[in-house]
Design a protein around this ligand. Structure first.
Ligand code: AR6
Length: 166
């Protein structure tokens, strides 16, 4: 089982699939979503328009276009509203459903940003714990040898998570 913690810009990674922290429209936005659409080019938005959006907690896959990855898996995290609106369950589903799609596409390397931990306001340390635990449980339960990275944008956060979990 292999979980890596990396620091930097997810759009630069040479992996089979990167995961996008999208919104339900799948038509782009700010944060990592904006970075991914800018780096992938207009064709990504054109494919996203054909998908009919995506419910919170679920995931859909597109090509990577100008990105170095083959696929972008778009998942929609929950908006944090205090913790009693199934946020943890929905965030867990984001990771699970994204990993199911990655496995279906035959990916051996996948990278996630910290879903919901930016604009959507999920407390970062909790968002990291959900990511780490869910990915670990999935790989163990499936006996999968997929190599999964969690990419932390902020260097200080990266140092912190690396020292706790690395
Ligand atoms: N590489 C890796 N991580 C990044 C990058 C990057 N290039 N850019 C930002 N992050 P956010 P959300 C980190 O806000 O909270 C969009 O408008 C960032 O530091 O991108 O799920 C969508 O369209 C944070 O830790 O996603 C939705 O409307 C993490 O990625 C909404 O934001 C997630 O922050 C989704 O909000």
């Amino acid at each position: 089982m292999s979980i890596k913690i990396l620091q930097g810009d997810i759009t630069k990674l040479n992996v089979d699939a990167i995961v996008n922290a999208a919104n339900r429209s799948l038509l782009g936005g700010g944060g990592v979503d904006g970075c991914i659409h800018r780096a992938a080019g207009k064709e990504l938005l054109a494919e996203c328009r054909t998908l009919g959006g995506c419910p919170t907690g679920e995931a859909k896959v597109t090509g990577g276009y100008k990105l170095p990855c083959r696929y972008v898996i778009h998942t929609v995290g929950p908006v944090w509203s205090g913790g009693d609106r199934d946020e943890e369950k929905l965030l867990t589903s984001c990771y699970e459903n994204s990993l199911v799609l990655a496995a279906e596409k035959g990916c051996s390397t996948v990278a996630f940003p910290l879903i919901s931990a930016g604009v959507y306001g999920y407390p970062k340390d909790d968002a990291f714990r959900v990511a780490y635990d869910t990915i670990g449980r999935f790989l163990e339960e499936k006996g999968s040898d997929m190599e999964v990275s969690i990419v932390i944008f902020d260097r200080a956060d990266y140092e912190k998570y690396k020292s706790i979990y690395g």
